[in-house]
Design a protein around this ligand. Structure first.
Ligand SMILES: [Zn+2]
Length: 454
């Protein structure tokens, strides 16, 4: 009897081990099979470093890249150059994280059927980019170094995002050691950070609106300079006595130095965090560079410069674009994306959602900022630059030191239900923000209007 019990026990243990082993394998399969099949270097899916199947198109179905047989880029040289930072080059100097992020969906792989689409040409990735607007953006940037992007603040769709300099992947120029190609492999929209200058006054104004109840009734007198012991904050000229709204429109440094200190360094820092200003943005397998701000625990002069967008302030263009989108969208931020959907043989293997990052400020604060930003264009910058559009914006001229001209910055949005677009322009070594950036963004918004409305 004891012998039989002993054998039964051993048998039971063996059955348990088998069951555990099987479920471990099935579990591993479901978690990791995608990686096993699609590991970089798998000869079935990849050629060299690139995924070896699938095509990528713009929002209207225009071909941007065919990966079936090597890499066939768009026919148009401007388009090839304008889009390269999203698709990558043949040498792998410019990486395209989204293409590997969606490798399973592009290859048509799933856990049950395996590589059901393999043997075909792979899937079609429809992006949210407009080839026409992307080319218009490239042309508008001319020889400037920097980035410009436009996205729909209600859906998150990126309509265009160009980083300059760039190059034609079908005709790669001599790049090493050539000054005008410095940083050419960087997607400046996602991978760079910039000293924001006065466009950061939007953050300071938002924090002031949320924390100083009578801020709209306060006035600030600017004599052209404000002293902090040995240090001083200056304006180009004396602005006289200004309301909060006027100080924002005139971009008065002396007023904003005071406002930043009335808010306080610690509180300014906390609100910048709440607005996600220094956080990376994550979308389509991409994680952007993170910004920085050091206002907390700082001396008043440093808090002043932080609130003006200098000191140690750095912003990532994609993040700041999303912040402006949130203001336009009554305080709710919609995360940008550029992969709209992926289909394989008529089956949708990926579909973007209008991913919301949630409310970052009260709708009341957002609406006052909308009014302020609209006032800037209507009464100070001039609506005539943007015919037929209700543009809300703030310019910035960010000192970067050395012998370089300031970064020219310009950001805002169109207040129109049918054309809900937010934008950002950053031009390195550019000069005055408004002067340099207005013609650039005006041309791009024209192209957006033609693409999306007409
Ligand atoms: Zn001033």
């Amino acid at each position: 009897m004891n012998k039989i019990m002993g054998r039964a026990r051993i048998l039971l243990i063996l059955i348990l081990v088998l069951a555990l082993g099987t479920s471990f394998f099935v579990g591993e399969y479901f978690i990791k099979s995608g990686d096993w099949i699609l590991f970089a270097g798998s000869p079935h899916i990849y050629n060299a470093a690139n995924i070896g199947c699938g095509t990528i198109t713009d929002r209207d179905g225009m071909l941007l890249l065919d990966m079936t047989d090597g890499r066939t880029y768009a026919e148009n040289v401007q388009l090839r150059s304008a889009i390269i930072h999203w698709l990558g080059d043949r040498q792998g100097n410019i990486s395209a994280p989204a293409l590997s992020h969606y490798a399973e969906a592009i290859a048509g792989f799933d856990k049950i059927n395996g590589l059901y689409a393999y043997g075909g040409t792979g899937g079609t990735v429809t992006t949210t980019f407009s080839a026409k607007v992307q080319m218009a953006a490239l042309e508008a940037m001319g020889d400037y170094t920097g980035t410009v992007a436009v996205y729909n603040y209600k859906t998150g769709e990126l309509i265009c995002a160009v980083s300059t300099p760039n190059f034609d992947p079908d005709n790669v120029p001599e790049i090493a050691g050539v000054p005008e190609f410095e940083g050419v492999y960087l997607n400046r929209f996602t991978q760079s950070t910039y000293t924001p200058g006065s466009i950061f006054k939007i953050v300071t104004a938002a924090a002031a609106l949320e924390t100083i109840p009578d801020i709209l009734d306060r006035t600030y007198t600017c004599s052209g300079l404000l002293e902090f012991g040995e240090d001083r904050v200056t304006c180009e000229r004396a602005h006289g006595t200004l309301t909060f709204k006027e100080a924002f429109a005139r971009s008065c440094n002396c007023a904003f130095a005071r406002i930043a200190n009335q808010v306080g360094g610690d509180v300014l820092q906390r609100y910048a965090q709440q607005f996600k200003i220094t956080e990376a943005v994550e979308f389509d397998g991409i994680k952007t560079a993170a910004g920085s701000l050091s206002a907390a625990g700082e001396m008043p002069v440093n808090v002043a410069w932080s609130g003006i967008g200098q000191h140690e302030d750095l912003v990532n263009p994609c993040r700041y674009l999303a912040f402006l989108g949130a203001i336009a969208n009554d305080g709710v931020e919609i995360t940008p994306h550029f992969v709209d959907k992926i289909t394989v043989g008529g089956k949708i293997t990926y579909q973007a959602s209008d991913e919301s990052a949630g409310r970052i400020m009260s709708s009341h604060t957002a609406q006052i900022l909308q009014e302020f930003l609209r006032n800037n264009v209507e009464n100070y910058y001039g609506d005539d630059s943007f015919p037929g559009l209700k543009v809300c914006a703030k310019s910035g001229t960010a000192e970067v030191g050395g012998d370089k001209k300031p970064n020219a910055m310009f950001t805002g949005f169109v207040a129109d239900e049918n054309l809900p677009l937010a934008f950002i322009v950053a031009v390195e070594d550019g000069g005055y923000g408004r002067q340099v950036c207005t013609p650039i963004i005006a041309k791009i918004l024209e192209a957006c209007k033609a693409e999306l409305l007409e």
